[in-house]
Design a protein around this ligand. Structure first.
Ligand SMILES: O=P(O)(O)OC[C@H](O)CO
Length: 477
């Protein structure tokens, strides 16, 4: 019986679970964290709040589980950065969240290197990734201390080590995808050449030990949250794909041992490093999903995400939403794009707005899914889905309808921590394969497309035109 504490430090909250290889998930604790949205596209978090949430949720889960834990695993937001003092661990800046777009100026200045950066990193020169944010932070906030992604800081607090995992490093724009190592030339371009960068570790590596959750325990299973969900959903073979519907939606497809460069405007990253191998994935992003629902809540149109299905209209009556509340990612890469809702009349009710937002999210995921299929050389046959918003039948049905794909709902609300836990299990026992650590799963629900192909195609065409209009409206170049 081996119990693992797996912590998912996400944008809107931190979830800690204790998962046992015999009894499954035996304890869950969650802490909300609140990003601050600033004018000009800034999105920040209080680092103390992040650390407190990790410690509080982790300790509560361990205490509820009431049994010793063999390892602590940590999934992180991927591209969120902060400056901190390496001796004391004290934060020297707010955490600059992945949704923050203020590093756009940094990217614009490096435009002439855009192609070379894309070739070497598999990413697109966009403020979403961590290096532009690190450079922006250095220029505007502080030159003191080290500047890293949040995982490095959290793990330093737990273990005293200075590390990040290969998947997180691959989200930076200063990481060479083929050699899976930091790239000095790229770091120079971002004026980060003098920075002390963390040691890159594998997902199945024990990086140190912590006493933060009781007795001394190894820390292993470091990974980006999206990649962790890819592991949990057993997307272990080339060509398998999942979409997580959280703060944003992230569709990732495993491309195996080959870092396939997207010809379709998607990004390529390390999926995970384990058993001495580096696996890669291609991914597309919808920046605002739960954030878009939160916006509906803030306007008083819905009370909570659980209201969506009760309030949604059956037909949108021509109301169309492009939910680009924090710019548009793949394949538009338009950080300045803003959301639009069109087609409203005096007969438009909040139910239509709710449906339009849900359809807008599903349409954006659909465009990404189609491009993933292009990069894989064959269309996706089905879509595995996890994340809090898979609870909305209206969203999932819209997804199946618009994408014309069956959507398989992952049966567990904790895909991300489960993926990190699987890697930690492999770290504790290298004789276990990742496949064995993950196990099989059956969808709780399968949403089959109900729309005709023609209707889906017509909707996609209209929506894509609206998205392109949003993307070009924000383009001042
Ligand atoms: O915090 P989440 O779960 O919305 O995920 C954040 C993403 O990984 C950002 O790239």
């Amino acid at each position: 019986m081996t119990a693992i504490l797996a912590i998912d430090q996400g944008t809107s909250g931190t979830k800690a679970i204790v998962v046992d290889d015999e009894d499954g998930t035996i304890a869950i604790a969650e802490e909300t964290v609140r990003p601050t949205y600033l004018p000009g596209g800034g999105v920040e978090q209080n680092p103390h709040e992040l650390l407190d949430s990790v410690l509080t949720a982790g300790r509560r889960a361990v205490s509820t589980a009431g049994r010793p834990i063999a390892a602590v695993a940590l999934a992180n937001q991927g591209e969120t950065v902060l400056a901190w003092d390496e001796t004391t661990g004290t934060p020297l800046s707010p955490a600059i969240v992945w949704q923050d777009r203020r590093a756009e100026t940094i990217c614009a200045e490096l435009a002439e290197h855009g192609e070379a950066i894309a070739r070497r990193t598999g990413l697109v020169l966009d403020p979403y990734f961590s290096a532009p944010k690190m450079a922006w932070l250095r220029r505007n906030l502080t030159r003191e201390g080290v500047v890293t992604t949040t995982d490095t800081w959290l793990v330093h607090h737990l273990t005293g080590e200075f590390v990040t995992d290969a998947a997180t490093a691959s989200r930076s724009l200063i990481f060479d995808l083929d050699s899976a190592a930091w790239d000095g030339q790229l770091a120079d371009w971002f004026s980060l050449g003098e920075e002390r960068l963390p040691r890159i570790v594998a997902g199945d590596e024990v990086v140190g030990t912590t006493r933060a959750f009781g007795q001394e325990t190894p820390v292993a299973g470091l990974i980006v949250d999206q990649q962790a969900a890819l592991v949990a959903e057993a997307c272990l073979e080339q060509g398998t794909a999942k979409c997580t519907y959280g703060t944003g939606a992230f569709l990732l497809a495993n491309t195996g041992l080959a870092p396939v460069r997207s010809s379709a405007g998607l990004t390529t990253s390390v999926a995970w490093q384990a058993a001495g191998q580096t696996l890669y994935c291609v991914d597309g992003q919808v920046y605002t999903v739960a954030s878009a629902v939160r916006w509906l809540q803030d306007l008083g149109l819905v009370q909570s995400a659980t209201d969506l299905d009760a309030l949604v209209a059956t037909e949108s009556e021509g109301v169309l939403c492009v939910p680009a509340f924090a710019g548009l990612a793949a394949p538009w890469w338009a950080p300045e794009a803003t959301a639009t809702i069109s087609g409203m009349t005096l007969a438009t009710r909040r139910e239509h707005l709710v449906l339009a937002v849900l359809q807008g999210i599903a349409a954006q995921v659909t465009e990404v899914a189609a491009l993933v299929g292009r990069d894989l050389g064959r269309p996706l046959g089905r879509l595995r889905a996890d994340g809090g918003l898979t609870n909305s039948a209206a969203l999932m049905q819209a997804q199946a309808d618009i994408a014309q794909l069956p959507v398989d709902i992952y049966p567990n609300a904790h895909a991300t921590p489960l993926g990190a836990a699987a890697l930690a299990r492999c770290a504790l026992d290298p004789t276990i394969s990742l496949k064995e650590a993950v196990g099989d799963w059956q969808p709780t629900t399968v949403y089959e497309p109900r729309w005709s192909e023609d209707r889906a195609q017509e909707f996609r065409t209209t929506w894509a035109q609206a998205a392109t209009a949003c993307a070009t409206k924000g383009d001042h170049s």
